[in-house]
Design a protein around this ligand. Structure first.
Ligand code: GDP
Ligand code: GDP
Length: 441
């Protein structure tokens, strides 16, 4: 279900935001079925020729000095390479090729990601002549556009959607389970990865943002193959502002989530659930990945008999869109409940890949309708003729109905809950889609 990610990189003022805003779909203020999660400006959904994709603006750079700009451009590029399916490298026809462009071009070329060079602000014949200079950057696919005047955008977007790899959706058909550890800096991702792997592979430190990279490490446990995706901390702070650190760590987490079969969202027991946790969990929910909420550092807090219940309630309230996720209280330090964590990993994965036979599914829907009949509007009642499961990860059901407009959000919720009562879908989102059918069909 993951939409392709398109990252936009380039110097300040080359017109990235102008492009971004032009292409982005008008956003609904709050993701419809994700109460409480407001989308970051970081990601925008876009659509072209029926292709849906998500754009990441890796920007947010304050033009301070050439040095810093270069450093930050490199970080952007790195991140874009790591996270995105397609990278749009923006340059400015009015400025011509500048030195920072070479270094970034170098990094992008060495990656095996699809890179498209976008020469922006091409509005006159003089600008058009400039375009040829940019071939020196050695990036083959070059498009001349004017973001502000809307010139050349169609050709560019054609190239973008053409480069989406239809096979990439299928690539992990192997038996290896990819488990992503996500959460804000210092929540214990590296510690948990180390505990699981049983040796000190990464350097753990108290300093948020110490240099570490997202690493995929394969391992075996009880005869099963896993890969752990540890999104680790961000690069050393240096001169990059806090806002960037957070932005980068969010993008990184999303990239890890997209590659994962199961996601573990870590919460710091010392801090309780924070806004950033909600944001990260929101992304996991939107990606529809099987998920476990692991409250880490359980060893570090004082507990009584009510403590777990208090945490449970606060998580259920803050992550009300994700009440399906099992919660587990762990310690990466002592290893408490790591065995249980692995049982849950296998469990949520099998729930997310569960296929319900059409017969059983329709029995369940019929029961649900009998218990609580569908809503009606101005004398017309919603009729559900038939249900079928169309995909897994997350389990997605199509209901054929007389008129999708008659479906209420609350009734959809009711059906979802009924499905959950009947079949075990703990740890996974469920999607219910509606298709119109006439009574005769
Ligand atoms: P960003 O820093 O890369 O996100 O750049 P912005 O989108 O903020 O644009 C920087 C400046 O360039 C603004 O003043 C824009 O109005 C201007 N700009 C953006 N796109 C174009 C374009 O296609 N042509 C011209 N002439 N100016 C543009
Ligand atoms: P990351 O930034 O999410 O990778 O977090 P780290 O694994 O680097 O951990 C940050 C800090 O929290 C380190 O000082 C760890 O020793 C500490 N820490 C991690 N897990 C636990 C835990 O389960 N209990 C306690 N008490 N401390 C932990």
């Amino acid at each position: 279900m993951s939409k392709p990610l398109v990252a936009i990189v380039g110097r300040p003022n080359v017109g990235k935001s102008t492009f971004f805003n032009r292409i982005a779909k008008k956003r609904t203020a709050i993701v419809e079925d994700t109460p409480g999660v407001t989308r970051d400006r970081l990601f925008e959904d876009a659509e072209w020729l029926n292709y849906k994709f998500t754009m990441i603006d890796t920007g947010g750079i304050e033009p301070v000095s050439e040095d810093i700009i270069l450093k930050q451009m490199k970080q952007q590029a790195e991140l874009a390479i790591e996270a995105a399916d397609v990278v749009l490298f923006f340059v400015d026809a009015k400025d011509g090729v500048v030195s920072a462009d070479y270094e970034v071009a170098d990094m992008l070329r060495r990656s095996d990601k699809k890179v498209i060079l976008v020469v922006n602000k091409v509005e006159s014949s003089k600008d058009e002549e400039m375009v040829y200079d940019f071939y020196v950057l050695g990036i083959g696919d070059l498009f001349a556009i004017s973001a502000s005047q809307g010139l050349g955008l169609g050709d560019l977007l054609d190239a973008v959607v053409e480069s989406f790899d239809p096979a990439s959706e299928l690539e992990d058909e192997d038996d290896i389970m990819r488990v992503a550890l996500v959460g804000k800096p210092n929540v214990g991702k590296s510690s948990l990865a180390n505990k699981i792997l049983g040796h000190n592979r990464c350097i753990v430190s108290d300093i948020p943002g110490t240099t570490r990279d997202a690493i995929d490490t394969p391992f075996k446990r009880d005869g099963r193959d896993y890969i752990i995706i540890d999104t680790a901390g961000m690069r050393k702070k240096g001169k990059v502002g806090d806002a960037n650190i957070e932005r980068y760590s969010v993008i990184r987490s999303l990239a890890a989530v997209r590659r994962a079969d199961v996601v573990i969202v870590l919460i710091d027991a010392n801090l309780g659930i924070t806004e950033q946790d909600v944001k990260i969990a929101g992304y996991v929910h939107e990606e529809g990945k099987p998920v476990i909420i692991a409250v880490n550092k359980w060893d570090a807090i004082e507990k009584d008999t009510f403590t777990i219940e208090e945490y449970n309630n606060s998580i259920k309230t803050s992550l009300s869109f994700m009440t399906y996720a099992p919660r587990l209280y762990i310690s990466a330090k002592t290893g408490q409940r790591i065995d249980k964590l692995f049982m849950l990993i296998d469990e949520v994965y099998s729930n997310a890949t569960r296929r319900i036979s059409t017969g059983l599914l329709n029995d369940c829907v019929r029961d649900a309708i009998e218990v609580t009949p569908p809503p009606s509007d101005k004398g017309r009642r919603l009729k559900i003729f038939y249900a079928t499961q169309v995909s897994t990860m997350p389990p997605t059901f199509v209901l054929f109905v007389n008129d999708p407009a008659l479906m209420h959000f609350s009734y959809k919720r009711y059906l979802e809950n009924y499905l959950r009562k009947t079949f075990d879908f703990s740890g996974t989102a469920i999607r219910i889609l509606l298709r119109e059918r006439s009574e005769k069909q």
